[in-house]
Structures are given as C-alpha cells and as structure tokens.
Write a protein that binds this ligand. Structure first.
Ligand SMILES: Cc1cc2nc3c(=O)[nH]c(=O)nc-3n(C[C@H](O)[C@H](O)[C@H](O)COP(=O)(O)OP(=O)(O)OC[C@H]3O[C@@H](n4cnc5c(N)ncnc54)[C@H](O)[C@@H]3O)c2cc1C
Length: 525
C-alpha cells in the first residue's frame, strides 16, 4: 500500500473522509467501491485513535442486554457473523466463559435468559455455537486459573476477536486498491463552504510539508474524540475513558467475562497474541483529548478485580504493556457511562457535511454504509453498498481451510513455530505468501523477535516495507504491537529504530526524537 504523493491542490473529489480510524476506513472503502472519487486523510497514523485502543472484540456485547440495547446487540451480531465469514483470518471466533458464583450480581437464571436472547439475536441454534452450561467442577477444569471459591457453575458463549489496528489497515488498503487517495499524517485544518454548502477543505500534509486546498462535494468527519474539539459539536458527545493492561498468559484459547466485585461492572480477561488482555474501565473523561493516559487508579482497579477473580497475584511489575482510549458516547444525563447506549449516530449540520458519532468497531462497516448512502443521496448518485459483497482485501482465493492448511505446512518447512504461524496468517491473510518468499531468501527471518511473543522478524520487516510506516510508533505499536506485548528495553527499542532509520532515511535528530517519543509513551520502567 502506497501513500498518495502527487500534489493535491485544486483536485476535485466527490468525498473527503476526515479521520482514518475504523469509521473513516470503512467509509472511504465503501465510497471507492461505489465508484466515487475519494480522498481519506488522518492527522496522525491510521488507527492511532480509539481504533487501536479497543478490547479487540467483534461482538454483540452481552452486557448491553442489561441496558436493553437490543437493536445495537442485534446489529453487531449480524456484523460479527458477516465479518467472520468474509475474513476468517481477520475476525475469528472466541468463546467466553462466565462463572456463576453464589453471590453473583447476575444469577444463573438471569444469565441463562440473557444468553438465550444473545444466541437468538445472533440467529445461532447449532450446538457447536450456542451457549453451554457447566457444573462448578467442569467449569473450573475448563478455566484452571479461575478462583473457584463459591463457584456454583458457569456458562460459555461464542463471540469473536480481531486485531483492531490491522483491521483498519486492511480496509485502508482496500480503499487504496479501489483508487482512493489515502494519506496518513495529513490534517484537515479547515472546511470550506459556500453559504452552508460544502465545497472543499484545507489540508496540512506533514510528510511533504505542503498545505493543499482541495475541492470536495461532500465531507465525512469520522474524527472520534476529536469531534468534541469544536464547541458546536462538543454537545453531541460524552467521552468515556477505557484502559487495558497486557499481562502474562493465564488462559488457554478461551476468554472470561467477569463482574467486578467493587462496582458490579463487567470486565474481560482475553487471550491475545499469547498474552492476556485485561480490560476495561469506563469512566467519564474531561481531560486533554490528545494525551489520554493509563492512570494509577485505573491499574489498581483492574489488577485488584483480576486478582479477586483469578488465582493470580499480579502486581504492576507483571504488566507487559498498557493503553488507554476514549469512547464517544451520545450526550446523556445518565450518571454512569456504562449505562449509556452504544448506539451510533449520523449528524449533518451543513449540506454535504456528515459526522459519525459513537459506534463500535464491530458495526462500523454497516454504519459506514449509511454514511455513504447519505453522501450518494447528496451527490444524486444511486449506487448501493458493496462492502459485504466483495472479498475482503487480504482474503485468500479459493477454499479458506485448504489455504490455511497449506500455509501452515509451508510455515513449518520454513521453521516458523506453530503459534507464530497462527498469528502470521491472522495478521496478513493472503499476503503471507510474500513473507514466506522473504524467509526463503533469508531463513533467519523466521525467528521470533522476542521469545514470549509469537511474532517473527520477517513480519516486522514486511510491515516496515509495505504498510505506510513513517514513525517508529507506527511500526511498533500498530502494524505489529510489540510495544504493548512485552517490556521492551531501551536497547531493544534502539535496535528497532536503527532498522527503521535505514529504510526511512532518518538523520540523527529524527532518530533520537523517534526513540524519545516511544520511550515517553510506551516503555514501562
Ligand atoms: C476502551 C474501549 C474498548 C472498546 N472495545 C471495543 C470492542 O471490543 N469492540 C467494539 O466493537 N468496539 C469497541 N470499542 C469502540 C470502538 O473502539 C470505537 O467505536 C471505534 O474505534 C471508533 O472509531 P472511529 O473511527 O470513530 O474513531 P477513531 O479510531 O478515534 O478515529 C478517529 C481518527 O480521526 C483522526 N482525526 C481527528 N481529527 C482529524 C483532522 N482534523 N484531520 C484528520 N484526521 C483527524 C484521528 O487522528 C483518529 O485517527 C471500544 C472503545 C473503547 C474506548
């Protein structure tokens, strides 16, 4: 995938998409597939906002049944089904366990009813996919790390998982391939209108250093938390912060949905890249939207609740990585952000200008289709959405299971360990064939980058060379999430920076600055 590099001044577009998170990405791809002339820009990197800070679940959201958000749950479950079928390497099923304890806030019967509704809304009736009930003994055997005191039984149910930043990147790549001009590190600094009718925008391209004025008949602003920057748009949003901690592996291939003892909130313990993702929090946020950080009280809350639910005695020293993100929720006077609907909204304050407000990673494709419908209506074009009809950008041709078996065999021949192979296929889909060619040239690339993380050197090099990387953080946090998967040392970071410097031709000043940014933002002491 190549960043668009020709001058943009005075070019005319049907649609400018402002923001390259999951909503912007699907909007640009959808519009490009419908034949519109599209440009998408992000002021920072693709998925650098909330779309790389989620729980990485493609799910209906069992807990939203408690707030009676049936429409949101149903829409998301339909999307979950579509995404698993369209891109099984990108979105894969993940079974969750829910323990029932004698003092559980949600008792066995209530949970059973919830799970019946969840399966019903998902349209699944097959025993391999529906929820299952277990005795206390069977449940603790299935989840050996769980503290089983007062356990009276448990359930499991099916949901799905992804790598959020790579999902965004793949959709951006799809948009590029369909002819959209895609530019990360390019900010929309001004929207131009003529008596309330959108006519274009001013862009500040940080890579070329140029300032462009472009013509655009419509603009979609999918700017997540940055929508609240302007005083007029602030009233549409309530921001809530959620953090995640990455901890050592504690689970097998299944996750846990648990209830916090201190406040009755739901939280997750999820296997991810051979580690454990623990999250999340849900607290009102009034701070700086450009510096959302993990705070000590967030860490204390999650570690305390995890240690109560598991047999672990995790302390801060066990944390391998951490990240924070902001949810954009609809404005509401409800006391707790957890009670506010996750419903997505479209707003159009000016003719030809559309805002995406809120939503979920899971349902973004469907919501983006509505945005592009509105854009097409404004442009007087009658073309329908194709994103659920065409193959996913990196979906292998032919039978997926056969492809998967063949690639796994090939990886074995190249001496890639089994767990790294699994993640390599998930991360790259059909493009894994190119990575295998590189390993054939240089067999040393098949080795793991760090022994506790199932990611190999060939993957890192491939991302650097092919995935629109400009900064060290793009590579190590989003293309390949090393900065949150293990406690990287300064020396290791410097080695990665040297690899980047060679490819991206950094001078000493840039080299030092790139390292400093990562140290400040990501390295744990
Ligand atoms: C803690 C947490 C956990 C979550 N877990 C899940 C989950 O498991 N499953 C799920 O389905 N959903 C989940 N969500 C929700 C989901 O992550 C969000 O709905 C989604 O990522 C929002 O995407 P977005 O594109 O609207 O915003 P963002 O991803 O924030 O993208 C907005 C982009 O706009 C860019 N931008 C801003 N201003 C400008 C400008 N002027 N010019 C150019 N670019 C600009 C920013 O740089 C940014 O990249 C979670 C959210 C949080 C906070």
């Amino acid at each position: 995938m190549q960043r668009y590099s020709a001058p943009l001044n005075n070019q005319q577009f049907d649609l400018l998409v402002c923001g390259g998170g999951i909503y912007g990405a699907w909007t640009a791809y959808d519009a490009a597939l419908r034949g519109l002339k599209v440009i998408i820009v992000d002021q920072s990197d693709w998925a650098s906002g909330t779309s790389s800070a989620s729980s990485k679940l493609v799910h209906g959201g069992l807990r939203y049944l408690e707030t009676l958000d049936f429409a949101v749950v149903k829409k998301s479950l339909i999307e979950r089904h579509k995404l698993i079928n369209a891109a099984p390497y990108r979105v894969w099923p993940l079974r969750f366990g829910v323990p029932v304890k004698k003092n559980s806030r949600i008792g066995s019967l209530r949970l059973k009813i919830g799970l019946l509704i969840y399966d019903y809304l998902a349209g699944i009736y097959h025993a391999k996919q529906t929820h299952l009930r277990f005795s206390a003994k069977a449940f603790s055997q299935r989840f050996p790390g769980l503290d089983n005191s007062h356990l009276s039984g448990g359930y499991t149910y099916l949901d799905a998982q992804t790598d959020d930043a790579r999902l965004v990147l793949e959709v951006i790549d799809g948009a590029c391939a369909e002819g959209a001009n895609c530019l990360n590190y390019c900010q929309v600094t001004e929207i131009v209108d003529n008596k309330g009718l959108i006519t274009g925008a001013v862009l500040n391209d940080q890579i070329s250093g140029e300032r462009y004025t472009i013509k655009a008949s419509t603009i979609v602003k999918a700017t997540g938390q940055w929508t609240s920057e302007s005083s007029s748009e602030k009233q549409w949003c309530r921001l809530s912060k959620g953090i995640h901690l990455v901890l050592p592996k504690v689970l097998g291939n299944e996750a846990l949905l648990l209830t916090a003892q201190s406040d009755g909130r739901v939280f997750f313990i999820i296997p991810w890249y051979g580690k454990t993702l623990l999250g999340t929090t849900d607290t009102d946020y009034k701070g700086d939207i450009n510096h959302v950080t993990v705070e000590k009280r967030d860490i204390d809350y999650l570690l305390r609740e995890a240690n109560l639910a598991l047999t672990t005695q995790w302390t801060e020293k066990d944390i391998q990585g951490q990240y924070a993100g902001l949810r954009v929720l609809q404005h509401s006077s409800k006391l707790s952000p957890s009670q506010i609907t996750r419903e997505w909204e479209i707003k159009s304050p000016k003719s030809g200008l559309f805002y995406s407000i809120g939503g979920k990673l899971t349902s973004a494709r469907e919501d983006a289709a509505q945005l592009v419908d509105a854009v097409c209506k404004h442009l007087n074009k009658q073309v329908t959405c194709k994103t659920d009809l065409v193959p996913f950008p990196w979906m292998p041709d032919g039978d997926f299971n056969q492809w998967s078996t063949q690639m796994t065999k090939k990886a074995q021949q190249l001496n890639i360990d089994a767990e790294s192979t699994l993640w390599l296929l998930r991360r790259h889909g059909k493009r894994v064939a190119e990575i295998f060619l590189n390993i054939e040239q240089d067999p040393g690339l098949a080795k793991r980058i760090s022994k506790t993380v199932p990611l190999i050197h060939a993957d890192l090099i491939f991302c650097l060379e092919n995935e629109m990387v400009f900064h060290l953080e793009d590579l190590l946090r989003r293309r390949i999430p090393l900065l949150i998967l293990y406690r990287m040392t300064n020396a290791e970071l410097t080695e990665f920076a040297k690899i980047c410097a060679k490819k991206l031709k950094w001078d000493q000043l840039t080299f030092d600055k790139e390292i400093e940014t990562c140290v400040q933002k990501w390295l744990l002491n």
